[in-house]
Design a protein around this ligand. Structure first.
Ligand SMILES: Cc1cc2nc3c(=O)[nH]c(=O)nc-3n(C[C@H](O)[C@H](O)[C@H](O)COP(=O)(O)OP(=O)(O)OC[C@H]3O[C@@H](n4cnc5c(N)ncnc54)[C@H](O)[C@@H]3O)c2cc1C
Length: 501
């Protein structure tokens, strides 16, 4: 039976997403349920985490939330993908658009990718988002005074984490909130289930299901026995120094995240409407935080004000759901922010959780834990592939080159430079969005890991499909160029929301 009382601990992005999504799912399913959020204004939130994936927009639509209001009130901008600079080699750049053109073609294999690769052309050309991204456009044209989407794909956002949290909080209906700190977890001796939480202010809060969204503190799942599966040996960076940069008034805002490879890691640059959220994620085995700051100041040619020094122990819990406690957000897993997997993972896990909560038995727990673990492991592998580079210019890049985890080396060898397709990636439970071929191919292509001759051979053996792919690629490229021509400029679109400084 759906839990009658759910207590979410933590008021960051994960906590408010959990409160809103579980509360709403209970209402829709006709399950009587009280949701309480305990958050501590003394502790605060992580204060970074500003790039999403397309799943965030799907979530807004699912909950009937207004996208324009969201953009206006959270200082958000549009994200069509990620621009990867200097990853393959210095001076080289490639984009990873996040739309999947195969969704509109009806091909059973990724024939468009194969066709583009066979001709030695970027797969991005057949992506609407590549055209919008390259021309700094928004996803909308104005028709009769209304914003009309120029394509069928879900875009993503960049936002100010604090404003997004506040907005989500304002949308969560009928949620009780308590500003206090959980000091102690009271548990049943026999089952180990949590019976109540003891707060600093003296209150004792009971519930049937407890959701741990306390970030790196893991205040609930820690005492429940969750243990950390570290990816330390597989992912090369372990520390981040976030900082902000101003966006000069009137300057165009790129509708993409910049992931810019540096000497010992990479820098993110994420535009909100009023500033860039940036940070250098690096390996502290190779440089100190002071050296990291110096390096970024040299690269940018200006001083930066470092806002924090965050240690990243990349990994995940062995089990996210133990007894009557589920960990979500940073308390359950974290990888470096490349590809914005964290908020995405939280939204997808909440969809999974909501689907099994009407019957939260051992089977449901096992299935949820297996799916969540697989999700994060797959994110890890996808992220690690970004580092398969020609760069050898610093000790960091030389070390990374000699340290590809064997299972990934095997996978690349098995693909043998061919273009991987849907069949190479097992579908995720409930058909939920995951890191499948449509995200891998632009990255592998950008890194020069796909072999045009292999794609050519494959198409030569399938001449009918090759002809269809050629016609479809020409049609879509033309269509998407015209759509980008119609679309409003990104900055003009944001200014039209009436909130840009
Ligand atoms: C450097 C960096 C960059 C990132 N970039 C991205 C990105 O681009 N895209 C992306 O998807 N994600 C990114 N993330 C991850 C993203 O920040 C998180 O997924 C997101 O902010 C959710 O965090 P959270 O809510 O789990 O934790 P937090 O924001 O840390 O919130 C924890 C909450 O728990 C409360 N709390 C803690 N202990 C207690 C207690 N004992 N009692 C009561 N309350 C308590 C705090 O008050 C707070 O409200 C990034 C993370 C880092 C570190």
């Amino acid at each position: 039976m759906w839990p009658r009382r759910i207590c979410v601990v933590g008021g960051g992005t994960a906590g408010w997403l959990a409160a809103m999504m579980l509360g709403d799912s209970a209402r829709r399913g006709g399950h009587p349920c009280e949701v309480t959020v305990i958050e501590s204004s003394k502790i605060g939130t992580i204060g970074v985490g500003e790039g999403t994936t397309a799943v965030f927009r799907q979530m807004l639509q699912h909950f009937g939330l207004d996208e324009m209001e969201f953009l206006a009130e959270t200082g958000a901008t549009i994200k069509f993908g990620i621009r990867h600079r200097d990853w393959r080699r210095l001076g080289h750049s490639y984009d990873g658009p996040i739309d999947d053109p195969h969704r509109v073609t009806g091909f059973e294999v990724n024939a468009l990718d194969l066709y583009q690769v066979s001709r030695g052309e970027s797969v991005g050309q057949v992506h609407l988002f590549q055209h919008l991204l390259s021309r700094n456009k928004s996803p909308f044209a104005v028709v009769d005074g209304r914003h009309i989407a120029v394509g069928p794909f879900h875009h993503a956002y960049h936002f100010d984490q604090a404003l997004a949290g506040k907005w989500l909080r304002s949308k969560a209906k009928a949620i009780a909130t308590i500003d206090d700190q959980v000091l102690r977890v009271e548990r049943l001796a026999e089952s180990g289930d949590i019976t109540a939480l003891h707060l600093e202010g003296g209150a004792r809060v009971e519930a049937d299901l407890f959701v741990d969204c306390t970030g790196f503190r893991r205040a609930l799942i820690g005492p429940m026995g969750g243990t950390w599966v570290s990816y330390r040996d597989m992912l090369p960076v372990n520390r981040a120094i976030p900082f902000w940069l101003d966006i000069p008034k009137g300057e165009e805002i790129d509708p993409c995240t910049l992931a810019w490879a540096q000497g010992s890691g990479w820098m993110w640059k994420i535009p909100t409407q009023s500033r860039y959220g940036c940070g250098y994620v690096f390996s502290d085995a190779h440089i100190t935080p002071d050296q990291a700051k110096d390096e970024i100041e040299r690269v940018l040619g200006r001083p930066i004000h470092v806002r924090n020094d965050i240690r990243i122990d990349a990994g995940r819990l062995d089990r996210q759901w133990i007894g009557n406690c589920v960990a979500l957000g940073l308390s359950s897993s974290f990888l470096e922010p490349l590809e914005a997997t964290s908020i995405h993972g939280t939204v997808v896990q909440l969809m999974l959780l909501a689907s099994v909560l009407p019957n939260p038995d051992d089977r449901a727990r096992l299935a949820f834990n297996a799916a969540s673990a697989r999700q994060v492991d797959d994110f890890r592998d996808f992220i690690r592939l970004h580092y398969v580079s020609e760069r050898r210019d610093t000790p960091f890049w030389r070390d990374v080159a000699g340290n590809l985890p064997p299972h990934l080396a095997d996978r690349l060898a098995a693909w043998g430079g061919r273009v991987p397709g849907a069949a190479d990636f097992a579908p995720f439970p409930m058909g939920l969005p995951h890191t499948d071929h449509h995200l891998h191919v632009p990255v592998l292509d950008g890194l020069g890991l796909l072999d045009p001759a292999k794609a050519k051979d494959w198409l030569a053996a399938h001449p009918k499909l090759r002809a269809q792919a050629r016609a479809e690629a020409a049609k879509l490229t033309g269509e998407y160029k015209r759509a980008a021509g119609r679309a409003m400029g990104h900055r003009a679109f944001l200014d039209g929301l009436g909130v840009t400084a």
